[in-house]
Design a protein around this ligand. Structure first.
Ligand SMILES: [Zn+2]
Length: 471
């Protein structure tokens, strides 16, 4: 029988989530071999709920012996250890903290022990009141290394491919890319660079440490070269008419230094630049709380994106939102010698309110789910979660769902039988539910709720579906 240890969190909150912390040691680490326990003996129906004031939960939630999620109100940090990585300001505000998330959300494991011991890190989200940048002050670049194992799964989406094609066509037009040379930083396997080169008969040079080196010639006659390395000044001899970089700047812990390096590498050449990053406005407004992941150490809004390039010595010609406002794009060019830079960009006042609202929503949502899982575990309901992408992995790890959730369901056959990092839940195919019928199916993406309902019906599964309303 697993003895449920006590801690300050139990006394403070007056409730327990036995199934959630089953398998944890006193230090909050998962046991290498968690065992299933009967949740009922420790579940106290008379226990009071978490402190609720004026309809809002208290600002600190503690899972007994598990990690805590601390949500702090926006107050200026008394002694920030370092300034904003975009503008250097020390007007920094604590936003929220998630003590243990997997370093890689999308790497699955064949072995449960390996999954349980997957590298984890802390998210300490801080907001810069000067430029509006959000960043993870606890990010440790030593933990993250991008290699051939890292895969950007967005490229498998048809909608994303259509978007990339349209974007490449627009870039060819906007920057007159015909018979030119294009560098792509963090090119992955080079899909977008191939598009740009095919469309305009351009020559491409792609940099990515995860790329297998080689050269290839496209049907258009365009030549492609891939360099399996990070882009740096060491490669400044490679000249280009356009340098593009998509979905990489948010992975760089000191983006201002990176942009200055890029400016030095370009020198006095008239090279245009194009950058694309996730849009922090979108995450904030859509309350995409499960989209906070360790790999993203920075979350750019249009103000902070503009500011990091202005400070780096670029003129910003265009900032736009794309892909249903989920992405921010920037077109720019190096400021010439003696050319005055634009005025500094400051964060719009409403951004601080959006961040505060997001932090509150985060606290409320985490608490609602935690309370619900607690209740379901108490009633011995068999619960599965549908969707083993980054949202699902964030969900079970943030909540430290443990045995409150039986497993994850996913359509992707490459994920079946494998284990997710952190909590070590196994991923199963939908068909498995016919034999192991769940009482409850949690759906991470509301867009798929109807389809999942039909799939369950076809399998003869009569389960309650609970949808995460904001995804
Ligand atoms: Zn800043």
């Amino acid at each position: 029988m697993l003895t449920l240890p006590t801690c300050g969190g139990v006394a403070l909150l007056g409730f327990r989530i036995p199934a959630i912390h089953a398998g944890m040691t006193d230090g909050g680490e998962l046991r290498s071999n968690p065992r299933r326990v009967d949740p009922r003996p420790a579940y106290d129906q008379s226990a009071s709920r978490p402190e609720i004031e004026n309809g809002r939960p208290a600002s600190r939630f503690v899972i007994p012996n598990g990690p805590s999620v601390t949500v702090r109100t926006l107050t200026t940090s008394p002694e920030p250890t370092s300034g904003c990585p975009v503008c250097g300001s020390r007007e920094l505000h604590d936003c929220l903290r998630i003590p243990r998330v997997p370093v890689y959300c999308n790497v699955l494991y064949d072995d449960r022990q390996a999954a349980l011991h997957a590298a984890t890190g802390e998210i300490d989200l801080v907001f810069c009141g000067a430029c509006g940048h959000l960043f993870n002050a606890a990010f440790d670049p030593q933990r993250v290394e991008y290699s051939g194992d890292y895969e950007n799964s967005l490229h498998y989406s048809t909608r994303f491919q259509d978007y990339a094609t349209a974007l490449a066509e627009q870039l060819v037009e906007r920057h007159q890319l015909r018979g030119k040379t294009i560098i792509e930083i963090a090119c992955g396997q080079g899909d977008f660079l191939k598009l740009l080169c095919s469309l305009g008969g351009n020559r491409g040079i792609g940099f990515d440490p995860g790329h297998v080196p080689g050269r290839s010639r496209l049907e258009s006659g365009a030549e492609l070269t891939f360099v399996p390395d990070y882009y740096s000044e060491a490669h400044a001899q490679e000249q280009a008419d356009l340098i593009c970089c998509r979905h990489a700047l948010e992975h760089i812990p000191r983006p201002a230094e990176f942009v200055r390096m890029l400016r030095r590498s370009i020198g006095d050449r008239p090279t245009a630049i194009f950058f694309e990053v996730p849009n922090a406005h979108f995450t904030l407004s859509q309350l995409g709380i499960w989209d906070l992941i360790y790999e993203h150490c920075g979350y750019f809004c249009d103000a902070s994106l503009r500011e990091v390039f202005r400070r780096g010595g670029f003129q910003v010609d265009r900032i736009a939102t794309e892909f249903g406002d989920q992405f921010l794009t920037l077109d720019g060019r190096p400021a010439g010698a003696g050319e005055p830079l634009a005025e500094p960009t400051t964060a719009p006042a409403e951004l601080a309110e959006d961040v505060a609202r997001f932090a509150r929503a985060y606290a409320e949502k985490v608490e609602r789910w935690r309370s619900l899982l607690h209740d379901l575990a108490g009633r011995r309901r068999r619960v599965v979660l549908w969707g083993a992408g980054s949202k699902g992995v964030s969900f079970v790890n943030t909540l430290q769902a443990g045995e409150a959730i039986d497993g994850l369901i996913d359509l992707n056959p490459h994920k079946h039988g494998r284990y997710i990092p952190g909590t070590g839940h196994q991923v199963h195919p939908p068909a498995s539910l016919a034999a192991n019928r769940p009482d409850v199916v949690i759906v991470m993406n509301p867009l798929y709720a109807d389809e999942i309902g039909r799939d369950l019906h076809a399998l003869g599964v009569d389960a309650e579906i609970i949808v995460d309303e904001t995804g």
